[in-house]
Design a protein around this ligand. Sequence first.
Ligand SMILES: C[S@@+](CC[C@H](N)C(=O)[O-])C[C@H]1O[C@@H](n2cnc3c(N)ncnc32)[C@H](O)[C@@H]1O
Length: 390
Amino acid sequence: MTPAARLQAAIEILDQVLAGDPAEKALTSWGRRSRFAGSKDRVAVRDHVFDAVRCMRSHAALGGSRTGRGLILGALREAGQDAEEFFTGQGHAPAPLSDAERAFPEPPEGAEALDIPDWLWPEFRGSLGDQAEAAALALRSRAPVHLRVNAARGTPEKAVKALAAEGIAAQPHPAAETALEVTEGARKLRNSKPYQDGLVELQDAASQAVTEQLPLQGGMKVLDYCAGGGGKTLAMAARAGIQCFAHDADPKRMKDLPERAARAGAKVALLPAADLASSAPFDLVLCDVPCSGSGSWRRAPEGKWNLTPGRLAGLQRIQAEILRKAARLTAPEGVLAYATCSMLDGENIEQVRRFTDENPEWELTGQKRWQVQDGTDGFYVAVLTRAKHG
Ligand SMILES: C[S@@+](CC[C@H](N)C(=O)[O-])C[C@H]1O[C@@H](n2cnc3c(N)ncnc32)[C@H](O)[C@@H]1O
């Protein structure tokens, strides 16, 4: 495919996304009907599509319309490229620009230029203060590829060497002891021996750092209450002597967890809701709650545009409910940990404050946040213990 044909493919896929299809689904159906596209074409088209979704507002403004053509035109203008070179109408290239498209619009400003929804900007700025612009700008670019080295299988040094032998360059990431950042060859990862053998897992460095903040000790009985695919379950289970349980309100989300645990050489027991109370108490309960995902909008940019004030309020109600339920499963001297991949105070410190105000027997004994402009996903973790009176 020529560069212009790749842009035309992205335009068609983006029109489907704007009509309501998830980007992954639109890309998959394009891939199926485009057998002629080679692997480099697929990667390039995918990058065009996700870049456009990350920068939907500003590129639509620069391109003069919220359409596939407008978004790609805006992307070319932002990159300082001459769109007429690609919009030629020849072969599979996009049709030539109309007079209206040729007119250069006013450049976007404020939240529009930063690709944050207007309604969210006050909360975003309130949460991130003087880092708000840097965070919003970071969310406009692609996320790095981070790996977690499975301590049960080897050291970071061993993993770096094993990856290098397969043409994948990686280096330690400062956010977590187990974290590596892939600097070259990321596309070879899933078929590589270190990945297939469970020496490395894909996981953002801050997500790994969350479990490093937990006071885990050998002999502890630990529950991952919102286990999902099990990223944090496995990170905890890799610690020696931990007895690990995983639960999720939607058990289908955990369907790959047994296989991932087997690959990692970890033991994890899945707990359905009916067995939670009889398996309690736990020494540590981690609640990696559903959230806006604002810290991972580089990886899942549609979340930025799908969030509404009503959805955010709904998520905050669920977060509060999860904390209340998980607290009841925690042993008297146990630890309750609360984590989000959000950078919004309303889902983080304010949520924890509401919980400790309503449940004064709990106190906040530690918290940490990671922000997207520092090179990881945005994350937050709070560690709560029962206050000792008298
Ligand atoms: C942020 S994801 C978890 C990600 C996972 N911990 C990981 O590291 O890969 C949140 C999970 O919470 C689950 N969830 C939503 N509401 C819940 C509830 N009321 N109780 C337990 N889990 C819930 C969702 O199904 C989802 O899998």
